[in-house]
Design a protein around this ligand. Sequence first.
Ligand code: BEZ
Ligand code: FE
Length: 294
Amino acid sequence: MIIDGEAAVTPAVLEAMAGTSDPRLKEVTAALVRHLHAFIREVRPSEEEWEFGVDFLCRIGQANSDTHNEGVLFSDAVGVSTLVCLLNNGNDGATETAAALLGPFWRDNSPKVEDGGSIVRGPTPGPRLFAACQVLAGGKPVADARVDVWHSSPEGVYENQDPDMAPMNLRGQFTTDAEGRFRFTSVKPAGYPVPTHGPTGDLLRAQHRHPFRPAHLHFLIHKPGFKTLITQVFVDDDEHLESDVVFGVTRALVGGYKLGEGPAPDGNANEWWSLDYTFHMEPGEARLPVPPIA
Ligand code: BEZ
Ligand code: FE
């Protein structure tokens, strides 16, 4: 088609795509073009600015590796991951535990650990954490669910970010018992800055935003017949609860960590903490996400 001025571009593109046979793909790509063109009309980027924008997207792709997912990080830092998560999950905690973004550090292959076992796989100084959790649906135990747990060290790094940490440190896969319970020992996670070496870091600096996440544990709970629950449980008094760089904190997910009194359950920790938490699942589709890193 001959383009008769800027106003003709959007209808021409929509018409060119009109033969898309997959109805959802057609709907999504048409909305993308409409919104993208509206964005361009509002912002009116110069050609130089547009080149900068395209280069920014290319740099997101180039920054990816087996151990780092810049695409997920960018989506997280601009609030899109949390928006997708909250649009697809939950009813403000009325019947199911609020979901929270997966983040870029989940691995699909963390080692299986027996109930009550430790996920500390190498020297990891810091206060011990003893967690006792239960998974319910409609008030009844969810037995035999797969529960992935992963978190940062007390120094605020994940094992895949630190070559000196034991592989798979602070990661484990549990199976709930007949009462839907699982327990584990670990160390208390610390808050941490998200990786800022790539274009997402450039954006945060340009926006004068700090890069920190409040301390949390990640959980992914999976059982056929139930909607997979992906969430995080945040440490009560973290200074960044109100300003999480990736907007992951909802009120229901804060709390439950208690400073231990007296001897630790394993008898050899100085400072120790406990966490009791009950997760509520809903019937639905059990799908596993695509792992952001290998
Ligand atoms: C995380 O919680 O692991 C995370 C989420 C978003 C960006 C970086 C890390
Ligand atoms: Fe995290």
